[in-house]
Design a protein around this ligand. Structure first.
Ligand code: NAP
Length: 309
């Protein structure tokens, strides 16, 4: 790899790794920087059922296959958190704690992190009854009673997954209709160990060293104590754009404002995946973004080459 890489991709989720595949197929040098581990949030999905031609594959297996594909094509991966980007015009410098890397273009595919409920003791009880990942931690609650909070696809899928492990699952949602897919709601209704707690919010966590029970309050002010030893919070995600906010425009919720071509206000800086403004955040739209952003970088290079000739 030369001193200036063609593209640095920040984040090895489905968007970032698909961008790496498209960039390598366009013969560009590619460095992917990943802060934690490859795969992003999809690795927490027990089973993907809505990605064309890949029904019934676990999120982990899907991510592993995409990673292997990108590696086989020659993308380089380094496990370092990108802390900032310096814009030097034709050369962008991505700074990590240990190094700095130069590139002609940067694709920010950092996705998002879990949103917390903001309750007293919530932080302290993570790993002591509170979890944001049912597939990671569900097995600790075999035969026990648990709650899932949220009404999107993540909460619904978590509740379904936990219904196979826990004795009882309380699905707590602040409204009486769900944001997630009706097909999954129907599957949950068919389970006799799933109880819907609708129009309700969790207002209190009761705990000693570990979570012992939670208090919910419905829209009429009625409270209820649920004796659960586990609470899985699935109330959406917060985009990971802050370190780059000097170079990209953010909307009021923190998402990067881009067109469908993934371009930002700074030439040579692109955003792909769940951390950009869009109406549908799905695996298929994340991978589509990766392809779009890498193709836009390749098109820009072609234009520069033909101008030089
Ligand atoms: P989401 O769709 O944004 O849903 C978040 C849920 O949490 C909503 O029901 C929301 O309630 C609720 N909520 C938000 N803040 C809350 C708070 N402070 N207190 C209580 N409830 C709160 O998030 P997600 O389920 O994580 O899904 C994110 C994206 O990934 C979505 O586009 C989803 O479709 C996608 N996804 C897809 C799959 C799949 O295709 N298999 C799987 C998982 C996720 P309201 O509804 O009242 O706003």
């Amino acid at each position: 790899m030369s001193a200036v890489t063609d593209i640095i991709i920040i984040g090895a989720g489905p968007a970032g790794m698909t961008a790496a595949i498209y960039a390598r197929r366009a013969a560009m040098s590619v460095l992917v920087l990943e802060a934690v581990s490859c795969g992003g949030q999809i690795i927490n999905t027990p089973e993907i059922e809505n990605y064309p031609a890949a029904a019934h594959i676990s999120g982990f297996d899907f991510a592993t296959k995409v990673y292997e594909q990108a590696k086989e094509l020659g993308a380089q991966f380094r496990f370092e958190r990108a802390l900032s980007i310096r814009d030097g015009g034709a050369v962008k410098t991505v700074v990590t704690a240990k190094n700095s890397y130069d590139a002609s273009a940067v694709i920010i595919a950092t996705g998002s992190r879990n949103r917390a409920l903001g309750l007293e003791n919530e932080d302290r009880l993570v790993g002591r009854g509170i979890s944001y990942c049912a597939t990671c931690d569900g097995a600790f609650f075999r035969g026990k009673d648990v709650a899932v909070v949220g009404g999107g696809n993540t909460a619904l899928e978590d509740a379904l997954y936990l219904a196979n492990i826990a004795r009882r699952v309380y699905l707590i949602h602040r409204r009486d209709t769900f944001r997630g897919e009706e097909a999954t709601v129907e599957r949950l209704r068919a389970r006799d160990n799933v109880t819907f707690v609708l129009n309700s919010r969790v207002t209190k966590l009761n705990a000693g060293k570990r979570l012992e029970s939670i208090v919910t309050e419905d829209s009429e002010g009625n409270t209820r104590t649920l004796d659960v030893s586990g609470m899985f919070v699935a109330v959406g995600r917060v985009p990971e754009n802050q370190p780059f906010s000097d170079l990209i425009e953010l909307d009021s919720a923190g998402y990067a404002v881009t067109g469908e071509d993934c371009r930002t206000k700074t030439a040579g800086i692109f955003v792909a995946g769940d951390n950009r403004t869009k109406s549908v955040r799905q695996l298929v739209t994340a991978t589509a973004d990766g392809a779009t952003a890498a193709t836009a970088v390749a098109a820009g290079r072609l234009l520069q080459t033909s101008r030089k000739e």
